[in-house]
Design a binder for this molecule. Sequence first.
Ligand code: KG4
Ligand code: ZN
Length: 338
Amino acid sequence: MDTKTVNILAIESSCDETSAAVIRDGKVLSNLIATQKVHEKYGGVVPELASRAHMQNIIPVVDVALKEAGVEKHDIQAVAFTQAPGLIGSLLVGACFAKAYAQALNVPLIAVHHMQAHVLAHFIDDPKPEFPFLCLTVSGGHTQVVLCRSHLDMEVLGETVDDAAGEAFDKVAKMLELPYPGGPMVDKNAQQGDPMKFKFPVTDMEGYDFSFSGIKTAVLYFLQAEKKKDPEFVQKNMNDICASVQYTIIKMLMNKLRRAAKELNIKHIGIAGGVSANSGLRKALQEEGEKNGWQVYIPAFQYCTDNAAMIGITGYYKYLKGEFADRSVSPTARASWT
Ligand code: KG4
Ligand code: ZN
């Protein structure tokens, strides 16, 4: 094997996906994701069950990732893992595994921030964004407008002051008694609905911050009132409710992104994180891009929601800069990163 080749084994275990990937010189050779089905019947992620499922999944997932990549253990030059943020029990499983693996192979360990990795998912496939690059990162736990000056030089310009966009999707889905995880179900129903049928408030915060607690409460009161008049209201209007809620969330997201792009005069714009899998948001970004002359970037579906490939690509850029973690590194549930 070429001595300059860098193979990185990457581990992601921040929430309910156990994922392992092998990245060679910034290219994804494999990206395995084991989705934990155990949470479905609880309507949300149960932290202890997530940790236990990671414990069961991690070795088989890594084995298959190596096999699919055609890479042997001793060909790994570094191990990257999600250090923060996330569920602490889940993070601990991935961190302990990564540390033991790196120690056994005597290779460097790379600690990765999950939110930085969501942004760098844009650097997996071509075309890759040019800098400065503005990224709207929307996931189950975060909603951030991020200015990227280079791969590892990023600044969070604004973020949600309460719920994340994904949380708003999931909570509304729960009110509609849709199965977990709710975001993709709202998206699916919205495709058949009328986004103008029902009106919900569009919250506009100062600067580049967001707030999604208002729409959550508005939908709750709206449904309570309508169900009093007609107990079948939700069943009869499911698609229109989903379309109207989704339209409002996307409007709030796009308002901020448009303002940031204009004020900072940035033309390279992307979306990242689980909610960037949303068909309405993907379409809205394309349309906004055409209107404003932006070059828009949307990651492939498998790199939007949690995956180890994005941890591996971040690990690769850190490897090139020699940014290695001490063997005593420990995961943290919360951490700033810029
Ligand atoms: O990034 P991610 O996989 O995990 C976190 O880091 O949080 O994001 C998960 C979030 C969940 O709230 C899920 O409902 C949402 O992304 N999501 C979607 C869609 N696919 C995933 N929300 C709306 N439409 C979708 N198609
Ligand atoms: Zn995520």
